[in-house]
Design a binder for this molecule. Structure first.
Ligand code: SF4
Length: 199
């Protein structure tokens, strides 16, 4: 007989097996079936699984986030658990200590969850909306590029260098996102380009 069992499914089955075998050895054979049916699913039952990438470093390990709460019904989603994604080719279910503590990072009271803006001359930041933040960024990029793009060097060779704006990219992206980011930044002529993983 061939059993089609995922790696996570195998671990769940193995955990159940340990519990039920112990019960059986103690003479509670009748309880085995009930135990097998209930002992593993309790923790994550009725949760929503969301696949994502660890935000910490450029290894970009795959994670699965388990949450409760139906956003479509106006409920607040509560993050209950994060674990490594056993099906992800990078980490195969493993996480380093930083990744293993991701839930605390996500739920931290000090976590920044919206754009903040400090006006010229101001001594404090203020919360602004995402649309307003993106408009400000686009406006500042356009104005600076129009004013400072170096189209040709001393010999008249086209170089299209934009040296007055820099770009700091995030490491927690897929190869495809990183490729698009690189192409966009270089296409605009930006020379100063680095990654958060090196900071
Ligand atoms: S789990 Fe650790 S190694 Fe993997 S991306 Fe996160 S910080 Fe990097």
């Amino acid at each position: 007989m061939t059993i089609d069992l995922s790696r996570r499914g195998f671990l769940a089955l193995a955990g159940t097996g340990v519990a039920t075998t112990t019960l059986g050895a103690m003479g509670f054979g009748a309880a085995e079936a009930a135990e097998a049916a209930h002992v593993r699913p309790f923790k994550l039952v009725a949760t929503t699984e969301t696949r994502n990438i660890c935000t910490y470093c450029s290894v970009a390990c795959g994670i699965i986030m388990y949450s409760k709460g139906d956003l479509a019904a106006g409920e607040t989603a509560e993050l209950l658990h994060i674990e490594g994604d056993a099906d992800h080719p990078t980490n195969r279910g493993t996480l380093c200590p930083k990744g293993a503590a991701l839930k605390d990072y996500v739920r931290a009271e000090t976590r920044l969850t919206r754009p903040r803006y400090r006006a010229p001359g101001a001594d404090r930041f203020q919360d602004i909306g995402w649309d307003e933040a993106l408009d400000k960024i686009a406006r500042a990029l356009k104005d600076d590029r129009d004013a400072n793009l170096i189209e040709k060097n001393d010999k008249g060779t086209t170089v299209n260098r934009w040296t007055t704006t820099g770009y700091l990219a995030a490491s927690a992206t897929t190869n495809e996102t990183a490729w698009l980011t690189y192409k966009t930044v270089r296409a605009m002529g930006i020379v100063g380009f680095d990654n958060q993983a090196r900071v």
